[in-house]
Design a protein around this ligand. Structure first.
Ligand SMILES: *[C@@H]1O[C@H](CO)[C@@H](O)[C@H](O)[C@H]1NC(C)=O
Ligand SMILES: *[C@@H]1O[C@H](CO)[C@@H](O)[C@H](O)[C@H]1NC(C)=O
Ligand SMILES: *[C@@H]1O[C@H](CO)[C@@H](O)[C@H](O)[C@H]1NC(C)=O
Ligand SMILES: [Fe+2]
Length: 449
C-alpha cells in the first residue's frame, strides 16, 4: 500500500518537475560587436591588472606595461594610499609572429588576512586598485562563467557579475577569443581589469587558448601561459594547463581538455595523486572545471568531451566529486540534481549517462557572451538526465553556505538587466548518508616530506 501512495506521489511530483526549456516568449539576443578598450594612460602605467590565488593566504598580481624598464613591484596595505608592504616578482614577454608583447609582470603578495580589503599599486606609479581576499569560514561565493570573449554581451555579463558581491571567479576556458590576433589578448585584459583586479580569477584553458601552429608554435598556449599563469607548481602539476587549489572548505580541480588526458598521461597521473590528497574534513566540497563538457544535449560540440569522460569519469566518481562545470557550448544546461528515481524522491546526480545518487552534478556554463553567439539547437527529445537547458547569455553563482548546503543561481542576461532564471540547492556528497560511508572509508594520503 505505501508503495502505491509513493508511486502516485512520484507521478504528481514528476509532472511539476519536467525538464525546463526556455519560455517561448523570451527573445534570444543575437551576437553583439567587439568592444574597444584602448590604453590611454602613460606607457609605464600598469594595465590589464588581474589577480589569482597562489597558495594559502597569497595572491598573485599580474599586469602589463608597454614600457620595459618598469619594476615588478607591488606596494600594498589595508589603507587607501598608504602602502606598508611591498613585494617584487618577475617579468616575462613573448613574441608571436610580428607581435611582441609588453612586459608582463607577476608578483606574489602576502601573507594576507582573510576577508580583508587591500589597496595596491603596480610598478611604483599609476592608479591604485583594491581587492578583497576570500573568507576563512563559510559562506563563500563563486561566480562561474565560461567562454567570455570581449563583446558588448561580455560587458553586460561582467556588469551583472559586478552588481553583487562574490569571492572568487572560476572560468572554465575560452577567455579572449584572440585567435592568433595578439592585440586582442591586450584588449581583453583591459576589458576585464575593473573586475579581475578586485577579485581573484581562476581559469583553465579552452580551445581558443591553444593558438597552435604546425612547426612554428606546435605546443601552443604561448599567450595564455605568459599572461594567465595559475598556481600549478603549488599543486604538484608540471603544466599550467591543469592544477588545483583550495579555498575555504572547497577543493577545486582545473582540468585541461586540450592536453593529454588519457590513462597514464601526466595529467591523469597528476589527477590520481591530487584526488588522493583530498581531506574531506578540511574540504568537504570538491569541484571540477573543464572546458569541453562530458554531458551535453546541445547539438553544438556533440561528443567532443566524450573521450575525456571515458578516461576520467570513474576516477572522479570514486573520489566523490560534487560538481563538474564546463564551458565550450554557448548555453546553459544542468544535468540533474533533483529527479524522481522510480518511487523515491532523491537528490540525484549522474554517472555513466544515467542517474546515480553518488555521482557529480554537471553544469554547462559557456554563456559569457563571446562573438560566436549562442548555441541554439538541442537534441530532441531532451535526455531524462538534463533538467534545464537554455541558450541564453548569463553567468552562474555558487554560494557554499556550509559543509552540507550550497545554493546555485543561474543569471540570464535579459538584455541589460540580469534575471535569476534558476535557483537550486545542492547538498554535498559527504552529507548524503548513502554516499558518505564510501567517502569515510577513503583515508587521504599525504605526501611524505
Ligand atoms: C563594480 O561595482 C562597484 C560597487 O558597486 C562600483 O563601484 C564599480 O564602479 C563597478 N565597476 C564597474 C566597472 O562597473
Ligand atoms: C547549512 O545551511 C543550510 C542552508 O542555509 C541550513 O539549512 C543548514 O541548517 C546548515 N547546516 C548547518 C550544519 O549549519
Ligand atoms: C526583460 O527585459 C525586458 C525588456 O527590457 C523587460 O520588459 C522585462 O521586464 C525584463 N524581464 C525581467 C524578468 O526583468
Ligand atoms: Fe570553446
Amino acid at each position: 500500500m505505501p508503495s502505491l501512495i509513493l508511486l502516485i506521489l512520484s507521478a504528481v511530483v514528476t509532472l511539476f518537475l519536467r525538464p525546463h526549456h526556455a519560455s517561448p516568449d523570451f527573445i534570444r539576443q543575437p551576437p553583439r560587436p567587439i568592444v574597444n578598450t584602448p590604453h590611454d594612460l602613460p606607457e609605464s602605467y600598469s594595465q590589464q591588472v588581474h589577480l589569482s590565488l597562489v597558495g594559502k593566504n597569497y595572491m598573485k598580481v599580474s599586469w602589463v606595461t608597454e614600457e620595459s624598464n618598469v619594476p615588478s613591484i607591488v606596494d600594498y596595505g589595508k589603507i587607501a594610499g598608504k602602502y606598508d608592504s611591498s613585494a617584487t616578482g618577475e617579468t616575462t614577454s613573448y613574441r608571436y609572429f610580428l607581435y611582441t608583447s609588453g612586459e608582463i609582470h607577476h608578483v606574489k603578495i602576502g601573507p594576507l588576512d582573510p576577508a580583508t580589503t587591500y589597496y595596491y599599486r603596480c610598478g611604483g606609479s599609476g592608479p591604485e586598485f583594491n581587492f578583497k581576499t576570500p573568507p576563512a569560514t563559510f559562506p563563500i561565493e563563486f561566480v562561474v562563467v565560461g567562454d567570455l570573449g570581449q563583446t558588448e554581451w561580455t560587458r553586460s555579463t561582467l556588469d551583472h557579475i559586478n552588481a553583487s558581491n562574490y569571492d572568487v571567479l572560476l572560468l572554465p576556458g575560452d577567455l579572449s577569443y584572440a585567435d592568433l590576433l595578439q592585440p586582442l589578448w591586450d584588449s581583453f585584459g583591459r576589458l576585464v581589469e575593473p573586475y579581475a583586479s578586485k577579485r581573484p580569477w581562476m581559469v583553465t584553458e579552452g580551445n581558443h587558448e591553444q593558438e597552435k601552429l604546425p612547426i612554428i608554435y606546435p605546443e601552443g598556449f604561448i599567450a595564455y601561459n605568459a599572461r594567465w599563469p595559475m598556481p600549478y607548481e603549488e599543486s604538484g602539476s608540471k603544466s599550467n594547463l591543469y592544477y588545483s587549489f583550495d579555498t575555504v572548505g572547497t577543493h577545486i580541480i582545473m582540468l585541461g581538455s586540450y592536453t593529454d588526458f588519457s590513462i597514464g598521461s601526466d595529467q591523469y597521473k597528476w589527477l590520481v595523486s591530487d584526488l588522493a590528497k583530498i581531506d574531506r574534513s578540511i574540504t568537504p566540497w570538491v569541484l571540477v572545471l573543464v572546458h569541453a563538457p562530458w554531458y551535453n544535449s546541445n547539438k553544438a560540440h556533440q561528443g567532443e568531451g566524450e573521450s575525456m569522460r571515458i578516461a576520467m569519469e570513474e576516477l572522479l566518481y570514486n573520489s566523490h566529486v560534487d560538481m563538474i562545470f564546463a564551458g565550450h557550448v554557448h548555453a546553459y544546461e544542468r544535468f540533474v540534481s533533483l529527479l524522481i528515481s522510480i518511487i523515491l524522491l532523491l537528490k540525484t546526480r549522474v554517472y555513466e549517462n544515467d542517474i546515480d545518487p553518488c555521482g557529480p552534478t554537471y553544469i554547462t556554463i559557456g554563456d559569457g557572451g563571446n562573438r560566436e553567439g549562442l548555441a541554439m539547437k538541442y537534441k530532441e527529445p531532451s535526455p531524462s538526465i538534463s533538467l534545464y537547458r537554455e541558450a541564453s547569455f548569463g553567468h552562474g553563482r555558487l554560494r557554499i553556505m556550509n559543509e552540507t548546503h550550497a545554493r546555485w543561481l543561474w543569471h540570464r542576461n535579459n538584455d541589460s538587466t540580469s534575471v535569476v532564471a534558476e535557483d537550486v540547492w545542492f547538498e554535498s556528497l559527504i552529507s548524503s548518508h548513502s554516499c558518505s560511508q564510501k567517502i569515510k572509508e577513503k583515508v587521504p594520503q599525504h605526501d611524505e616530506l
